[in-house]
Design a protein around this ligand. Sequence first.
Ligand SMILES: Nc1ncnc2c1ncn2[C@@H]1O[C@H](COP(=O)(O)OP(=O)(O)O)[C@@H](O)[C@H]1O
Ligand SMILES: CC(=O)OP(=O)(O)O
Ligand SMILES: [Mg+2]
Length: 398
Amino acid sequence: MAEPVLVINCGSSSIKFGLFARAELDTPMLTALAERLGEEFPHLIIHGDPELRKDLPAGADHRTALQAFMDAAAHVLHDLQGIGHRVVHGGELFHDSVLLNDNAIEQLESLSSLAPLHNPRNLLGIRLTHELFPDTPQVAVFDTSFHQTMDPQVYLYAVPYQWYEQSDVRRYGFHGTSYRYVAAETARRLQKPLSDCNLLITHLGNGCSACAIRAGRSVDTSMGLTPMDGLVMGSRSGSVDPGLADHMHRHDGLDYQQVMTDLNQHSGLLGLSGISNDMRSLLEAEAAGHTEASRAINVFCFRAARELAALSCSLPSIDAVVFTGGIGEHAAVIRQRILAQWRSIRFCLSDDLNARHGDDNGRISLPGTPLVMVVPTHEESMIAQDTFRLISTGARYE
Ligand SMILES: Nc1ncnc2c1ncn2[C@@H]1O[C@H](COP(=O)(O)OP(=O)(O)O)[C@@H](O)[C@H]1O
Ligand SMILES: CC(=O)OP(=O)(O)O
Ligand SMILES: [Mg+2]
């Protein structure tokens, strides 16, 4: 058997795994998903050998899920050529994917506070696999890399310039590996070179963002210094007035750390509804008449539309609006409600195509109206591609 690459994609509420042979990046030998981590009913599903569905203990975290996968799949995890990890924040230190060594891992640790729901978990995966496979090369693929093409006028905040020069305060953008995949896949479906494509893509998962792609390159995106900015997310607030921290301190005595924890973990869909961070649960609750669920969903949809409309400023024209991520790919009614909020463009979805999550090309809009598509993301495939590439060049981080 060809020596495969194992990919580990730690998201904020899920871990996705893939085992890839070099020649088959579109069709992994094995895939696995651990989801609803930290919630009441987390579970692990493996497709391949073994075929497995296993409930994890209530509240199970990323560590438990990683270990459960490693135990269940141990018999296929041999002769690995490499292991590719999603790492969310690369900061100013990492502009492209990198073969990891102790020095790179140490540098990564310094970025953890900028993505507290992600980088520590990404490092957990790196450390665990290093213990299990000490001689196997490991590669980090960063969410931030794809957005390196943004111009200074886009990535600079209007704060004292020394903050950028001395403390790397700027907008970085995230979900870049997803945008890289979805942009290329959309171009393929449109039968156009990527360099001719102007796209607005929104990645709606537990973390949510949107990206303007001009001539195939990221020119603006909704997330900033950290993955808290922009859209409303599962448990993150998205953009808020920075004056809010001072207000909550004076009014309720919250210290800065508490405000940050609340904005990261107790806000977004969860904070607004008091029910769940998961859109599936909220749609069920809304159908059962819970107005708190509707409140959260309405804010989510309005804010997504507003960010998309704002990002459209960066594009000379829009070839397609594209939905991806767990919500973007599976929640037809959310796609419809977001576009209904964007009143300056008259989107006309086909109810039938939207309910089916798109025709063969992912189109969900009626012919002759602005093109809207659903294109499933495949971050794992991009990470596998970079992992094979870096292993063959062998260039290590200095
Ligand atoms: N069938 C579905 N209908 C509505 N929302 C869904 C569905 N499946 C997944 N989701 C949403 O997608 C989220 C997970 O998205 P995903 O992109 O896989 O996660 P992560 O951000 O952890 O990588 C869930 O939290 C849930 O809100
Ligand atoms: C960057 C980010 O929010 O990632 P995820 O959607 O996987 O949580
Ligand atoms: Mg994700």
